[in-house]
Design a protein around this ligand. Structure first.
Ligand SMILES: Nc1nc2c(ncn2[C@@H]2O[C@H](COP(=O)(O)OP(=O)(O)OP(=O)(O)O)[C@@H](O)[C@H]2O)c(=O)[nH]1
Ligand SMILES: [Mg+2]
Length: 357
C-alpha cells in the first residue's frame, strides 16, 4: 500500500511528509522528476497493550509507504503527459494536502485560502486525465461496434459511457457504484479519480483553531469526501521538543494528540485500510490490509507461503480477547473461531493462520 501526497505548490506536502515519516526517506527518480518515499509507522494503542500482555521479543507496528509527489501550479493546465500524473498513477491512494495558511503562492501572489477551490482544482486535473483515457477508449469501442467486430464488448461500452458521463459532470470515478465484476474491468483503465482520496487541510496555528469551519466548507461542496485537518508545521516543531514540554505545548494549541495519529487514522478509514494482529512470544505485530479482503489475502500479507498453503484461520477480535487477556482462557470459552478462505478480515482481528506447504 503506497499513498501519494499531492497538492498545489507550497501547500505543505513535504512538511507533512517529514512529520509522518520522521524524515527518513529514499529518493525515487523517474526521468527528470524526483520524489521521496518514506515509511509511516501506524500508532496503535492496541499493539502496545498486546505487547504488554505477551511480552514478546519484538513488537512491530503496521506501516505504509508514502510518496512526496511534486506540487502542481495553482492555475489550470490540463497537461496529461506530465510527470505529476505519472507519479499519481503509481500510488494506491491520494492524500491531498490543502493549504490553509497565509503567505505567498507559486505565482508570487498572496494566497487566498479556499480549500474547496483547491480540492476542485486537484480533482479537475486528474479527472481531465481520466476523461482523455475514457474518450479514447470509447472511440475505439464505438469503432468496433460500427464494424460489427467480434471483439466488441457491450458491457465495456456501457461502463465507459457511465464513466464519461460522470467525469463530464465533475464526478470522480470513485463515486460511481460498480458491481464487483465492473470494478475489475475498471481497474484496467487505471483511472486516477478511482483512487481513494483524503483531503488533509494543512492549517497555520491560528487557522487550526477554526478547522471545523473549513472542514464544513469542504463537506458542503464535496459531501462524500474524507477530510481531516492538521497543523503540520507546528506539529513538526512540537515533535522536536522534549517529552514534558510537548504535552504543555499541545494543550496550548488545543491538540489532544499528535496530528500523525489522526491523519493516519483518517488515512486508514478514508483509504479503506484496516489493521489485523499476530501475537506470540516471539513477536506481536500489526499488519495493514485493504478492507473487504479475506483471510488468505491476510495470510499473504504475512508471507506468500501462508497464502498458498492456507487451510484455516483461528480468529479472535481484539475486544473479545481483552475480556480474558489470555489465549488459553479464550480457547476454553470457545471464543476463538475457525474461519475458512471466504472469511472477510475485520479491523482488530487477531489471526493465527493454519497452513500447509
Ligand atoms: N505558516 C505555515 N507555513 C507552512 C505550513 N506548512 C508548511 N509551511 C511552509 O510553506 C512552505 C512550503 O512547504 P513545503 O512543505 O515545502 O510545501 P510543498 O507542498 O512540499 O511544496 P512543493 O513541493 O514545492 O510543492 C515552507 O516554507 C513551509 O515552511 C504551515 O502549516 N503554516
Ligand atoms: Mg515538496
Amino acid at each position: 500500500m503506497e499513498l501519494g501526497f499531492i497538492g498545489v505548490k507550497f501547500s505543505g506536502k513535504s512538511t507533512l511528509f517529514e512529520l509522518l515519516t520522521g524524515n527518513h526517506f529514499e529518493i525515487l527518480r523517474s526521468g527528470l522528476a524526483e520524489s521521496r518515499r518514506g515509511r509511516v509507522v501506524v500508532p496503535d494503542p492496541r499493539v502496545d497493550t498486546l505487547s504488554e500482555i505477551f511480552k514478546p521479543k519484538k513488537t512491530t507496528h503496521a506501516t505504509f509507504n508514502c510518496i512526496d509527489i511534486m506540487g502542481i501550479p495553482s492555475g489550470n493546465r490540463h497537461d496529461t503527459s506530465s510527470k505529476y500524473l505519472e507519479a499519481v498513477r503509481q500510488v494506491d491512494g491520494l492524500v491531498a494536502v490543502i493549504r490553509v495558511f497565509e503567505g505567498y503562492g507559486d505565482d508570487g501572489k498572496a494566497v487566498t485560502i479556499d480549500p474547496p477551490g483547491e480540492i476542485r482544482h486537484l480533482e479537475e486535473e486528474i479527472q481531465f486525465a481520466d476523461l482523455v483515457v475514457a474518450e479514447s477508449r470509447l472511440e475505439k469501442v464505438e469503432h468496433l461496434k460500427q464494424r460489427g467486430a467480434p471483439q466488441y464488448d457491450k458491457h465495456e461500452h456501457d461502463i465507459l459511457i457511465r464513466c464519461k458521463e460522470a467525469l463530464d459532470g465533475g464526478i470522480p470515478i470513485r463515486e460511481i457504484s460498480f458491481t464487483e465484476e465492473e470494478e475489475k474491468r475498471i481497474r484496467g483503465f487505471q483511472f486516477l479519480s478511482a483512487k481513494p482520496f483524503l483531503a488533509v487541510l494543512n492549517c497555520s496555528e491560528i487557522r487550526y483553531q477554526e478547522r471545523d469551519v473549513y472542514i464544513r466548507k469542504v463537506k458542503e461542496t464535496f459531501p462524500d469526501m474524507a477530510v481531516t485537518a492538521v497543523s503540520a508545521l507546528s506539529e513538526k516543531e512540537i515533535q522536536e521538543l522534549e517529552e514534558k514540554d510537548r504535552a504543555l505545548f499541545m494543550e496550548e494549541l488545543g491538540i489532544d494528540e499528535p496530528a500523525i495519529h489522526h491523519v493516519i487514522r483518517a488515512a486508514y478509514e478514508g483509504l479503506g485500510l484496516l489493521s489485523f494482529f499476530t501475537v506470540g512470544e516471539d513477536e506481536v505485530r500489526a499488519w495493514t490490509l485493504r478492507q473487504g479482503l479475506t483471510a488468505p489475502a491476510a495470510a499473504g500479507v504475512i508471507h506468500s507461503d501462508l497464502e498458498k498453503g492456507f487451510i484455516r484461520a483461528e480468529v479472535i477480535s481484539y475486544d473479545v480477547f481483552m475480556e480474558t487477556q489470555s489465549m488459553t482462557k479464550a480457547k476454553a470459552n470457545g471464543q476463538i473461531r475457525l474461519e475458512g478462505k471466504d472469511y472477510v478480515v475485520q479491523d482488530g482481528d487477531i489471526l493465527n493462520i493454519r497452513f500447509n506447504v
